[in-house]
Each structure stands twice: as C-alpha cells, then as structure tokens.
Write a protein that binds this ligand. Structure first.
Ligand SMILES: O=c1ccn([C@H]2C[C@H](O)[C@@H](COP(=O)(O)OP(=O)(O)OP(=O)(O)O)O2)c(=O)[nH]1
Ligand SMILES: [Mg+2]
Length: 145
C-alpha cells in the first residue's frame, strides 16, 4: 500500500489527522446535526461522515480514547471495532457510557481513534493432532497471577 487511503468526507469536520508525529491512531470526530446525550449504560452509534476504501490486506480498528474513558467512562463497546477492506458504508462509532453521569457529544468532538493495520487471511488445514508444547492446554491464568 502506498500509505494513502481513499476517503469521502461527507461531514463538515476536517479529515482525521495524527495528533503527534508518531501517533498510531487518528482521532475520529462525531458528525451529528445536534448534540447527543449518552445516559449511563446507554450505547449509541455515532456517524463520522467518513467513507473509506482500504486496500486488500488492510483493516482499520476503531478504538477508545483513553482520556474519555478515564474522565467520563466513555468507551467503544465493540472495541476494537473492525472496518473491513470491502466495506463501503459510513464509518460509525459505537460508544457506551460506563459512568453514572450523562455525557454530551457535540459535532466535531474527537470520540475515538482509528488505527490502520495489515492483516492476514488464512485457509484451514484439517488436522487430527496439533503439535505438542510445554503450555499444552493451559491458559486463563494457569501460570499464576
Ligand atoms: O466500529 C465499527 C465496526 C464496524 N463498522 C462497519 C465496518 C465493518 O466492515 C462493518 C461490519 O462490521 P463487523 O463485521 O464488525 O459487524 P458484523 O456484525 O459482523 O456485521 P456484518 O455481518 O455486516 O459483517 O461495519 C463500523 O463502521 N464501525
Ligand atoms: Mg462481520
């Protein structure tokens, strides 16, 4: 990939940018006609006005912003959200309010961040046994805490 991604911006907000030189994520802005209130434990799908075309072998992940999580209990319910390379719809953000106070979102607010990553697609190789390892079937904390 040339590191450029096709985008249609139907919002009245600027395109997402990397906020610092080496940021992994670009903050995504809400594209909403009027303020939206998210009540405690309410989940809400917020449009961005962005439509993107990723190349084959790439995905975009929608992740929470840590400041919103820490200060307001606002997170991305399906984190990390997955934008598939063949998706042509609007990028939307599924927020949930895990605090006990209402949270207001205004148009242009930076409510999540997007990371573009390479990924593999696999094929299955049917097997009767799997290679032995020291871990074996141990998991879920079997090495202790
Ligand atoms: O946070 C997200 C997650 C997904 N999507 C869009 C892009 C993605 O390609 C599509 C489908 O997402 P996913 O595969 O996670 O949802 P699904 O419930 O499996 O839907 P589908 O049956 O359409 O794949 O929805 C978003 O806009 N925001
Ligand atoms: Mg799916």
């Amino acid at each position: 990939m040339s590191n450029s991604v096709k985008v249609i911006n139907r919002s009245n907000n600027p395109l997402p940018v990397y906020e610092t030189e080496l940021s992994a994520g670009m903050d995504l802005r809400a594209f909403i006609p009027e303020n939206v209130s998210i009540k405690p434990l309410q989940r809400i799908l917020i449009p961005t006005g962005l439509f993107i075309e990723l190349e084959k072998g790439y995905e975009a992940q929608i992740r929470p912003r840590s400041g919103l999580a820490l200060k307001h209990g606002i997170t991305v319910l399906n984190s990390p959200g997955t934008i598939d390379a063949d998706y042509r719809g609007e990028v939307k953000i599924l927020l949930i309010n895990l605090s006990d106070a209402e949270f207001l979102v205004s148009n242009g607010d930076r409510i999540a961040q997007m990371i573009v990553s390479k990924h593999e697609q696999i094929t299955w190789e049917d097997a009767k046994i799997l290679t032995e390892t020291a871990r074996g079937a141990g998991g879920y904390g079997h090495t202790g805490v």
